[in-house]
Structures are given as C-alpha cells and as structure tokens.
Design a protein around this ligand. Structure first.
Ligand code: 5GP
Ligand code: ZN
Length: 112
C-alpha cells in the first residue's frame, strides 16, 4: 500500500533491524523499545489492523503466531507479552497490522 510505513519496511525500502523474515511476514526490532526485548511482527501484505482480519486473510495471523512461538523459543524467552493496538484510543500509531512482542522485564496488568 502506498505511503504505509510498515509496507515500506516490509519491502526493504526503509531499513530495519530484522529478527526474522519469510515470504509472508517480517519480524523487526521496535525503534523505541518499551522492554529489553521488543520486536514487531507484521504481515508483508497490507492489513490495517486486527479490525481488518477476516476469513480470507486470517491464515497469515496464524502463521505470525507460529513464528512468534518459534522465535521466542529460539531467543530463550520463557515469558513475554504479545500486544496489538487497534485504533487511536488503544494507542495504534501505525495503520498496518503488527504484533508487539515484549519481554525481559516485569509487566503490570491491566496495561495502561
Ligand atoms: P503502535 O503504536 O501502532 O501500536 O506501534 C507502532 C510501533 O512502531 C511503535 O512501538 C513505534 O516505536 C514503532 N515504529 C514506528 N516507526 C518505526 C520505524 O521506522 N522503525 C521501527 N523499527 N519501528 C517503528
Ligand atoms: Zn502497510
């Protein structure tokens, strides 16, 4: 999608520190980490947020969760949090579906 920051990162037009990549998704470290480990996993094809997931595009979401399980195991992360913000009030600042993976510190519940 034109003018989408994460589409540009997925295409390699904007550089990122990659943690994992395959045909369907990309994992890269957040530019403003909120925990000692903080990376994002995105589908390469543009989806605006969880609110745009449907039966036609949801396979990539299952794939992303399998990638998160594999990557976190490889990184030796026993405990971590997966977050996706949907809409402005929930804190979504980039309108391309992404899952935050945060680890390496104590976390509070509920999130602010
Ligand atoms: P959201 O606020 O939409 O839930 O998450 C967007 C995340 O993308 C934020 O945590 C922000 O720090 C990160 N981010 C924004 N621009 C860039 C960028 O150019 N590169 C990287 N690696 N992360 C970014
Ligand atoms: Zn996009």
């Amino acid at each position: 999608m034109d003018n989408c920051l994460f589409c540009k990162i997925a295409a390699g037009d904007i550089p990122s520190k990659k943690a994992y990549e395959d045909d369907l998704c990309l994992a890269f470290y957040d530019i403003a980490p909120q925990a000692p480990v903080h990376f994002l996993v995105i589908p390469k094809a543009h989806i605006g947020s969880v609110a745009e997931v449907d039966d036609d595009n949801s396979a990539v979401v299952a794939h992303i969760f399998a990638v998160i399980a594999k990557l976190t195991k490889e990184m030796g992360l026993a405990s971590y949090r997966v977050v996706s913000n949907i809409g402005e009030q929930a804190g979504q600042s980039v309108p391309h579906l992404h899952f935050h993976v945060l680890s390496g510190r104590d976390m509070t519940w509920p999130p602010g």
